[in-house]
Design a protein around this ligand. Structure first.
Ligand code: NHW
Ligand code: EN5
Length: 389
């Protein structure tokens, strides 16, 4: 039933694991030195992230062919600066940015990417992995087994660097998830979200004289953050926040470890890409809390008035002093001030503590977490300490 996945070092769907660890151990001499064969009309091409032309081609492929919701109303539209950020953390490699082109006219028809990440699983020692993302096959070339080719080729190239594990997330169920998580959404712009069909007027308001007005009032937020000492994170905060974030993440069963360079890359604010905030105690001057979100718009498919949904996604955080509900409220206020329509999160980490209190509602999408070549007993969403892009 899974022609490809049944042959890969991943657990079977029904398999229950009691221990964690690698599924297979291989050595470099067992890895093919030449690329996998593609159908004759196609060729491999490594994307040059520094080329505007290459990046614009990746952008267009994804904008027109990447992930949609179940009703095909919205499609992720990762902007070019976001893609550059996502593809170039410390240690990135051009040969992990893999495209397939039509030989005849060089047009891009498929893509998959890997970037390096250090992940700790089940409180054991840190494992070097590839974080796999942006797997995409053009709509006109679907169900021709091109995806397994892309996956096998990225696996080969990752293996050639002596890396044997990977982490990835997907909305679909394949063998075999570490965890099944759910999306939650916090409405920041009720008129627009209702207009585009992202949300509807709560049933309980339908009987009132002005249901939209009731909805707007329900979701209303203060103009400015409420926590004393809440501000944008700066370069100077990096050493302290990097350490405190790693300390916080250690309580989870799957989490990344960030070097100082990793932390700078992933969290220093880049306009329209990543926004990070801290709380600094006015007395001690110490950083007590940290919270971040990334900006990922979606195309609104076939809408006359609105072309783009401006969505913010909760990224990493820790709350050592400020109540988590208050920290997230300040994040919502900041996202609203930056003109986002919605703030999304998953039910991972400590998110259950604030989800309902901060007026998030359940989405219709799931997100499965996966490890390649690593088995582990099933995890609850709250044991996951990793957010992907
Ligand atoms: S999840 C987003 C994936 N992309 C999309 O959903 C975009 C829209 N869809 C498409 O472009 C984030 C196509 O439908 C795709 C499939 C390309 C998805 N994960 O070519 P065929 C990521 O990027 C399996 C894993 O005929 P297609 C994470 C499927 O089960 N497997 O299908 C990516 C079947 O195998 P089976 C997936 O529709 C992680 C086979 O592909 C999958 O034309 C990748 C069918 O292929 C998915 N999302 O193209 C794994 N979707 O065994 C990384 C389908 O069931 C592993 N399939 O017959 C680690 C690698 C590195 C290891 C290093 C040590
Ligand atoms: C790899 N890094 O399904 C990621 N999105 O809920 C790839 N639903 O936006 C895998 N269908 O529920 C990504 N509104 C997998 C996710 C794919 C995209 C997806 C879902 C997540 C989504 C929205 C729109 C639904 C439109 C109809 C949704 C309801 C929100 C409402 C807000 C107010 C309170 C109640 C809930």
């Amino acid at each position: 039933q899974h022609k490809f996945w049944d042959e890969q070092p991943v657990p079977k769907i029904y398999e229950e694991n009691e221990e964690s660890g690698a599924i297979e151990e291989k050595t470099l001499d067992q890895v093919r030195k030449d690329p996998l064969a593609l159908p004759d009309a196609f060729e491999w091409y490594d994307i040059d992230v520094n080329s505007d032309e290459d990046m614009s081609n990746v952008y267009t492929l994804l904008e027109q062919n990447y992930v949609e919701d179940d009703d095909a109303m919205f499609r992720f539209a990762y902007p070019i600066p976001f893609l550059r950020w996502a593809l170039t953390p410390p240690g990135w490699r051009r040969d992990w940015h893999i495209a397939v082109r039509v030989k005849a006219n060089k047009s891009l028809v498929a893509f998959i990417s890997g970037v390096p990440v250090e992940v700790r699983v089940d409180q054991k020692k840190i494992v070097k992995m590839a974080e796999i993302n942006f797997l995409c096959v053009h709509k006109k070339l679907r169900e021709k087994r091109l995806a397994p080719k892309l996956i096998a080729e990225v696996t080969r190239r990752v293996n050639l660097t002596d890396v044997w594990q990977a982490v990835y997330t997907a909305g679909v169920l394949v063998p075999k998830p570490v965890s099944k998580t759910r999306y939650w959404h916090r409405n920041l712009n009720p008129p627009k979200l209702i207009d585009i069909g992202f949300s509807s007027i709560p049933r309980t308001y339908a009987k009132f004289r002005d249901p939209l007005d009731m909805t707007i009032k329900y979701y209303k937020l203060p103009e400015k953050p409420l926590t004393v000492g809440f501000r944008k994170m700066t370069k100077k905060d990096v050493p302290a926040v990097q350490k405190l974030l790693n300390d916080y993440l250690r309580r989870f069963k799957v989490h990344p470890e960030f070097t100082q360079d990793d932390f700078k890359h992933w969290f220093l604010t880049r306009d329209d890409v990543i926004h990070s905030f801290v709380v600094q105690d006015p007395e001690t001057k110490r950083i007590t809390d940290f919270v971040s979100f990334y900006s990922l718009p979606s195309s609104v498919i076939g809408h006359q008035k609105h072309k783009l949904l401006k969505a913010a996604y909760l990224y990493f955080y820790f709350a050592n002093s400020t109540p988590l509900v208050q920290l997230i409220d300040d994040l919502l206020i900041s996202a609203k001030a930056l003109d986002f329509d919605v703030l999304n999160c998953l039910d991972i980490m400590d998110n259950a503590q604030f989800i309902e209190k901060c007026k998030f509602g359940p989405g219709d999408g799931n997100l499965y977490y996966y490890l390649y070549n690593y088995k582990i007993p099933d995890l609850k969403p709250e044991q996951i300490g990793l957010t992907m892009l």
